[in-house]
Design a protein around this ligand. Structure first.
Ligand code: PRP
Length: 216
């Protein structure tokens, strides 16, 4: 059995915020700050290894138990479903899923089946299912904002953070779909096997999050 806990961190924006949180709770994250091409890093002053991965893979590693913990956006959790514990809302990586359309277009003003493009087909499907509305969902991998511009879709369901991408492409959000932020997730078996260690890490994070809330 592994002695060290292992955590999967989402590469990119969430990685920086995760490192800031860990440093604030006393973990030396220097190996992650200058990772080179290495993908797995042992922390010098805490029994934790960090793996850097893409968001969907963070969930896969935690579900399979090869990582005990993970930090991943609620967007990916909502899209992929979950069989793990979601233990903490870490408060960073805040954004929202929104339904957006071309400025001036009337998404709801027709009985024709609407086409909606998204990188998140499951989130989109559940959103319209809750409304009892039948839509055709088109899965897009890259910049989904192109779909309504190219007339491939009547609307998109996508992540909105500042709103700049929508604005610069002549799109407007017309409805919120879900709020998103980074979550700490834990493999269900690890939670029992490494209870004390995991509780120590969660406890430190909780204390720091509380301190941040009180500061604002
Ligand atoms: C997301 C999202 C939007 C953009 C929104 O893409 O898909 O395109 O951010 O941000 P804004 O409201 O601040 O403009 P991201 O940059 O994460 O790239 P991705 O296509 O790899 O998801």
């Amino acid at each position: 059995m592994r002695q060290n806990l292992r955590i999967a961190l989402t590469k990119g924006r969430l990685q920086d915020k995760s490192v800031e949180l860990f440093e604030a709770i006393g973990l030396d994250c220097s190996p992650i700050r200058s990772p080179g091409r290495r993908l797995i890093h042992a922390l010098p002053n805490y029994p934790l290894e960090a793996v850097l991965a893409k968001a969907p893979d963070v969930i896969t590693y935690v579900e399979h138990g090869v990582c005990d913990l993970g930090i991943v956006g609620k967007d990916t959790i909502l899209e992929q479903g979950k069989s793990f514990y979601e233990v903490l809302d870490l408060g960073f990586g805040r954004c929202r899923f929104a339904l957006a359309v071309r400025e001036g277009s009337d998404f709801y003003g027709t009985y024709r089946t609407r086409r909606v493009a998204s990188k998140y087909p499951n989130v989109t499907k559940q959103f319209f299912a809750r409304k009892g509305m039948d839509v055709d969902i088109i899965k897009i991998e890259g910049s989904v904002e192109l779909a309504p511009i190219l007339d491939l879709a009547d609307g998109i369901v996508d992540i909105v953070e500042t709103g700049a991408t929508l604005r610069e492409n002549g799109l407007v959000p017309i409805e919120d779909v879900a709020q998103v932020s980074a979550r700490l997730i834990v493999n269900t078996a690890s939670m029992k096997l490494h209870k004390a260690q995991i509780e120590d890490l969660i406890g430190r994070c909780e204390a720091e999050l509380k301190r941040r809330r009180e500061e604002t």
